[in-house]
Design a protein around this ligand. Structure first.
Ligand code: KIV
Length: 259
């Protein structure tokens, strides 16, 4: 199988649903890649599901670089998209391009993802002008949790829906190769998908998006603090791992292991 590029992803729009999952380390990246997922997102959700923070605002560039490198070592085919963390692209275009460039050069990412719409369009253009592919992220943008006041469904009013569509077009015009739509009404996600020439990747946004993304530890049933209602659990690893650890403890205590 050949390495997947942003060109491949764009060509899949309307032809073949795009699959994306998060990964944060070498073994999981290797599993996701070998299974044939199109894109691996080194999401800043690692702040919640790996580092144990309450939200993603505490994740640093060094965290993203560290995990992106590990994922890259386990990935042969999938396109690696690494999240730009909170405040790494808000303080000026120069800083944003530099940080995006670090995620490519030092983090071995193939593309970066930024949260926001028209307010970051110039930044997205500057990054794509530097030859770095950008994936947008609209709807529920977890880095703005303190402004949004929680993790609820977004763009529920007509005005908010119109703004989201305008934002999506801004990102497309700025050169983004795809856009993640998180937690927005299904009809709006369908409308945005039909209105753009670039693919939409949905999470809690219905089935009519061009592709889907989930947080790996949610869909594996590994992260148990909270699970968004739109997640489908394809495994119950928390239960399986707990049971394995308990059996190990018991067997060591009872001198069943080692033999
Ligand atoms: O950080 C992340 O995992 C994400 C997905 C929820 C899309 O941005």
């Amino acid at each position: 199988m050949k390495k997947i590029t942003t060109k491949t992803i764009r060509q899949q729009k309307g032809q073949n649903k795009i699959t994306m999952l998060t990964a944060y380390d070498y073994p999981m990246a290797k599993i996701v890649d070998t299974a044939g997922c199109d894109m691996i997102l080194v999401g800043d959700s690692l702040g919640n599901v790996v580092l144990g923070y309450e939200d993603t605002t505490h994740v640093t560039m060094e965290d993203m670089l560290h995990h992106s490198r590990a994922v890259a070592r386990g990935t042969e085919h999938a396109l690696i998209v690494t999240d730009m963390p909170f405040l790494s692209y808000h303080t000026g275009k120069y800083e944003a391009v530099r940080n995006a460039g670090r995620l490519i050069a030092e983090g071995f990412a193939n593309a970066v993802k930024l949260e926001g719409g028209s307010e970051i369009a110039e930044t997205v253009k500057a990054i794509t002008d530097a030859g770095i592919p950008v994936c947008g992220h609209l709807g529920l943008t977890p880095q703005s949790v303190n402004q949004l006041g929680g993790f609820s469904m977004q763009a529920k009013t007509e005005a908010a829906a119109e703004k989201l569509l305008a934002d999506a077009k801004c990102l497309e015009d700025a050169g983004a190769f795809a856009v993640v739509l998180e937690c927005i009404p299904r009809q709006l996600a369908r409308h945005v998908t039909q209105s753009l020439t670039i693919p939409t990747i949905g999470i809690g946004a219905g089935k009519e998006c061009d592709g889907q993304v989930l947080v790996l530890y949610d869909m594996l049933g590994l992260f148990s603090d909270y699970v968004p209602s739109f997640v489908k659990k394809y495994a119950e690893l928390n239960t399986d791992v707990t049971s394995a650890v308990k059996t190990y403890i018991q067997e060591v205590k009872e001198e069943v292991f080692p033999i």
